[in-house]
Design a protein around this ligand. Structure first.
Ligand code: APR
Ligand code: PHB
Length: 388
């Protein structure tokens, strides 16, 4: 089979890239190891920056988002005895939207613009340092397949094979693992808050997020190695109530039936360059952020917003200028979001050093008490423009 761009991975990065390329009359084929149902049902983050919403809207994917998503003006930051609202719209004139990655994925599948081969295995990338790269794989029945392309997009997430195609002599990686994880639950109960609550607490961080008026998403900081089975629903709700300040100034956390429970590791990872010959990396394939601040999905969208026009200019007009800049342009934003995610994470999670805890409280007081401090958080959280 021959196409212009072979895309590895049908997550949001790969599917959005295929969609944007199709709209620009560039052919693409997407290879995905999992089934369509599995990809569609994975529970992931739920916050879209303004620039992500604008991009999805301009790509014709904004109708359900605007009908069913929820614009949020800001967030709450709190510690025992104090809760502060940061109003991003007042501070920097931009907002964020609550709309799950699962919903973005559904919109991409329903747009029906990508030709996807699901349930492939043994995906291998060849000849990316030539102008005739290709990908080989086995289809769902185990039959060998080959896709010849002019470019290959590695959108295969944190465990995919693409990033390893860049030779070790060329690639640089940076990594930070954190000494804690998140225990996340999805619950069939109306959120107890109008906007997200990020809570610092001596027991550990807690976050109250949401998916809809009847579905809440909540997280607790837990030690690495925690198994979700160690935490009964009752224990989770009790701990959330303590950390989120149930009873503080009359606020109440309403518990409800837990429909999903899982433990998420926290990691920062960056690999550069994001382009090697005819291979272009995008999304989690090139970088991973800890979930605090909800940057993962937005970064994947921002990468693709740069990559689609770069590939279009390269393959339709034989103009390599944007493709040559892709790695540097995308990496600059990656590092901004890597820093912000690290900063939010280290400001809010409890470690074992009481000195750190005092620094965190001082920083929280500054971020909530100074307009300049608040605006810095708001600007990064609501997202800098895609070209930043
Ligand atoms: N061949 C084909 N597909 C693969 C392979 C492979 N060898 N390995 C992995 N994949 C697929 C995965 O099954 C997954 O569907 O690549 C896809 C990658 O999708 P995501 O993990 O969702 O990554 P990305 O599209 O970059 O989106 C980033 O996902 O992890 C979250 O926080 C992150 O929200 C962010 C978003
Ligand atoms: C989520 O809703 O899953 C979520 C929201 C905000 C975050 C992280 C996760 O910072």
């Amino acid at each position: 089979m021959r196409t212009q761009v072979a895309i590895i991975g049908a997550g949001p990065a790969g599917m959005l890239l295929a969609h944007l390329l199709r709209r620009a009359d560039v052919d693409a084929v997407v290879l995905e190891t999992r089934s369509q149902e599995y990809v569609a049902s994975r529970i992931r983050a739920g916050i879209l920056e303004q620039s992500s919403v604008d991009l999805l809207t301009s790509a014709g994917l904004g109708d359900r988002l605007r009908a069913e998503g929820f614009p949020h003006r800001g967030i709450y930051l709190q510690w025992p005895g104090e809760r502060h609202h940061l109003d991003f719209v007042d501070l920097i004139g931009r907002s964020v939207w609550v709309y799950g990655q699962t919903e973005v994925q559904k919109d991409l599948v329903n747009a029906n613009t990508a030709s996807v081969v699901y349930e492939v295995s043994d995906v291998q990338v060849h000849n990316v340092d030539s102008s005739a790269p290709y990908v080989t794989y086995l289809d769902a029945e185990g039959r060998p397949g080959r896709i010849d392309a002019s470019a290959i997009a590695g959108c295969d997430g944190s465990f995919g094979p693409s990033r390893a195609v860049v030779p070790a002599s060329v690639a640089t990686t940076w990594e930070r693992t954190y000494p804690y994880s998140w225990l996340g639950i999805l619950a069939d109960v109306a959120p107890s808050t109008d906007e997200l609550i990020y809570a610092w607490h001596p027991h550990g961080f807690a976050l109250h997020s949401m998916r809809s008026p009847s579905v809440s998403r909540l997280y607790l900081q837990v030690p690495n190695g925690t198994s979700a089975g160690d935490w009964s629903d009752q224990r989770i709700w009790d701990e959330l109530a303590t950390r989120l300040g149930h009873g503080q100034d009359g606020w109440k956390l309403t518990p409800g039936p837990v429909t999903d429970k899982s433990v998420l590791p926290m990691r920062s990872f960056v690999q550069t360059p994001m382009r090697y010959g005819r291979l272009f990396l995008a999304g989690d394939a090139a970088h991973i952020v800890p979930p605090t601040g909800a940057k993962g999905l937005n970064l994947a969208i921002a990468d693709v917003a740069l990559l689609a026009p770069a590939l279009t200019a390269l393959l339709r007009n034989n103009d390599p200028a944007l493709a040559d800049r892709y790695g540097d342009d995308a990496s600059r934003r990656v590092w901004r979001c890597t820093h912000f995610s690290w900063w939010m994470t280290t400001m809010l999670h409890i470690g074992d050093d009481p000195f750190d805890a005092q620094l965190q409280l001082s920083q929280l007081r500054w971020v909530t008490g100074s307009e300049a401090g608040a605006a810095g958080l708001a600007e990064n959280y609501a997202g800098l423009p895609i070209g930043f």
